[in-house]
Design a protein around this ligand. Structure first.
Ligand SMILES: [Fe+2]
Length: 297
């Protein structure tokens, strides 16, 4: 694999915040994240309590589940194995990350207040390198986030990540070209979805809701990028390491990313409808509609 860094892929913006709450200095940076930049906070650590360090061990994750997660709005813990007291403490750690992430997001993006919805919170104690999977599920390949069973219908995926590795190991990412350039790379080869297919997949329970043409195009972009070894090896890209103690924030449905290595991370997903962006025209939905000259709803 090429490890060349393309100087044109300069999308990481660094901020010196050290606190999650309202006293932190950075606020009102919606335009930066909506432009497809990665907001990096190298000094913003998610601090584990003494009794929580024991959770930095893959044995707490169910062998079948990749991640331990807390699902909202109910707040139930999923994918973890252990005794009741341990699981309650593990859940409390993940819930604290959810609350701190939400406070951070609302300070960074006050325009989203009242509209940002809390999605799942996940804890990933397993090593990225150990996760051998099919090419489609291989997140060491550059991709935008799009999920076969969970159509977003244009809703944005905003994610907050923190590296909590205790041994100094960075979370190693690659990031790639801007969304519009990426869409143009494959859009000409993407056909329309099969008539009736979306209805059938929803009725059969394959998708949680109707897969719109937006979801069809996003899944095609996800799959075509991962299947394109030439693009993976020599497409525009840059390496980014997030050291332990770092937090970063990104629209993962817009920023090409690949997780090359690392262990012990927390991640909070937020959902936001396109009309509540400060600049809705920057969204993947509006970008694809502009390029295709039609509605993808
Ligand atoms: Fe991803």
């Amino acid at each position: 694999m090429s490890t060349d860094t393309d100087a044109s892929i300069d999308i990481v913006r660094r901020y010196e915040d050290r606190s999650w709450g309202d006293d932190g200095p950075t606020r009102g940076v919606e335009d930066v994240v909506e432009a497809g930049q990665v907001l990096a906070f190298p000094r913003l650590a998610f601090v584990l309590e003494d009794g929580e360090r024991r959770f930095l061990d893959p044995r707490w994750a169910d062998a079948k589940a990749k991640n331990v997660s807390v699902r909202w709005p109910a707040g139930e813990l999923r994918g973890a194995v252990g005794g009741a007291d341990d699981l309650a403490a593990l859940r409390a750690m993940i819930v604290r990350f959810a609350e701190q992430s939400e406070a951070l997001a609302l300070r960074l993006f006050p325009h989203y207040r009242g509209h940002l919805r809390r999605g799942n919170t996940s804890f990933r104690p397993t090593d990225v390198a150990g996760r051998v999977r099919s090419w489609r599920q291989d997140d060491t390949r550059l991709h935008i986030d799009a999920f076969p069973s969970n159509p977003m219908q244009g809703t944005r995926l905003l994610r907050v990540f923190s590296n909590v590795n205790p041994d100094g190991a960075p979370r190693r990412w690659r990031v790639g070209e801007p969304f519009e350039a990426h869409a143009r790379r494959y859009l000409g080869a993407i056909g329309r979805p099969l008539a009736g297919g979306a209805w059938l997949m929803h009725k059969a329970g394959i998708t949680k809701r109707r897969r719109t043409e937006y979801d069809h195009v996003m899944l095609q972009l996800h799959d075509r990028a991962k299947a394109d070894l030439g693009f993976q090896q020599s497409g525009p890209q840059a390496r980014v390491d997030f050291a332990p103690g770092a937090t970063w924030v990104v629209y993962s449905d817009q920023v090409l990313h690949a997780a090359m290595g690392g262990q012990h991370m927390l991640e909070q997903t937020f959902l936001l409808d396109v009309e509540h962006l400060r600049q809705p025209e920057t969204s993947p939905l509006r970008t694809l509609e502009r390029l295709l000259h039609r509605s993808l709803r």
